[in-house]
Design a protein around this ligand. Structure first.
Ligand code: SD4
Length: 326
């Protein structure tokens, strides 16, 4: 494990030798991480590659870190072939596509929507909740009403492919969440710009064929996503109920604050889920973490979770996360 005390000792020595002050944080918040001066993007699953590429483009053309994470996750949201996010997402058991999303910026402001129907890019509505309302989370009809007032277009999100899958499911109506669905699922994107500022976005259609009204971890700040600009950010994918029970992403960030390295922090959060959830064998959970100094990591409960890491214009690659159960 990354040892906080030795890190603080070493960085104190380093800064005193050079006569420098740590750039970020106070001694009692454990940091002193110096950002590496280049952007880093980290996103869940295969579709993270396209999301990262879009976010990178925004940063290169002078967009903000919040513009970048929003633009990144809009790509899988708008892909009708992707059955776990936005347009084309698998519906709930009543055949309704209900979307969850949230976004968080370096200043700690955040916004989210849950159970939002008919809007292709819920992440952009979440951003509007953050910037245009005094609230953090809008749900259901209220979220839709707000989106329409903000000028978003209402459209049918249930594609023929998703409708067909729902009809198939109705033949048995058996509710059994699928682990690692088609290797793309919720998209969580964590980003750091060249100045060291952090932001994140998370968006999903939630568990396929869920009860109508069910909300998972993804739109909940602290569960599906959390960013502390002094320490780092984290995001989650997988069985939302398990992530909610341990306030997963907040837990990962707090563990990094205590000195855990990103992967270790994600692993510790997975361990907490195993301790609490007797059903852990049948679910998947994946966490990603991006620390203030640009260090990254991920960890999953089961085999099969991967994520996209982008650190330069031509270095955007998939990484297989370590996992607990084989
Ligand atoms: C949820 N965490 O709604 C999301 C969806 C997901 O694997 O990632 N499913 O629980």
């Amino acid at each position: 494990m990354f040892n906080r005390r030795s890190f603080i000792k070493k960085s104190a020595l380093f800064t005193s030798v050079l006569g420098l002050q740590p750039l970020f944080g106070k001694a009692n918040s454990s940091v002193g991480f110096v950002p590496q001066g280049k952007p880093t993007l980290l996103a869940t699953w295969n579709h993270g590659l396209q999301a990262n590429a879009a976010a990178w483009q925004v940063l290169q053309s002078g967009g903000s870190i919040v513009d970048a994470v929003e633009a990144g996750v809009r790509v899988p949201e708008s892909d009708p072939e992707n059955t776990s996010v936005g347009l084309g997402g698998l519906p709930d058991r009543d055949g309704r596509v209900t979307l969850d999303a949230c976004i968080m910026e370096p200043g700690g402001n955040c916004g989210g929507v849950a159970g939002l129907e008919y809007i292709e890019n819920p992440i952009s509505v979440a951003r509007k909740v953050m910037t245009e309302t005094p609230h953090v989370l809008l749900v259901g009809d209220g979220a839709l009403q707000f989106a329409l007032e903000q000028g978003f277009t209402r459209k049918n999100l249930l594609t023929p492919k998703a409708e067909q899958a729902w009809k198939e499911w109705q033949k048995t109506s058996e509710y059994k969440p699928i682990i690692n669905i088609e290797n793309h699922d919720t998209i969580g994107l964590l980003a750091q710009d060249a100045h060291g500022n952090l932001a994140g976005a998370c968006t999903t259609s939630g568990l396929a064929f869920k009860m109508h009204g069910r909300v998972g971890d993804s739109p909940i700040i602290g569960a599906g996503l959390f960013v502390d600009n002094e320490i780092g950010g984290a995001t989650a994918t997988g069985m939302g109920e398990a992530v909610l029970k341990i306030a997963g992403s907040h837990t990962v960030v707090e563990l990094m604050r205590q000195g855990y390295a990103p992967e270790e922090a994600c692993k510790e959060a997975v361990k907490r889920i195993i301790k609490k959830d007797p059903n852990y064998n049948n679910i998947q959970i994946g966490f990603l973490a991006l620390r203030k100094d640009g260090a990254t990591g991920g960890f999953a409960l089961q085999k099969g979770f991967n994520y996209a890491l982008m650190i330069s214009a031509n270095q955007n690659k998939l990484v297989d996360a370590s996992y607990m159960l084989s």
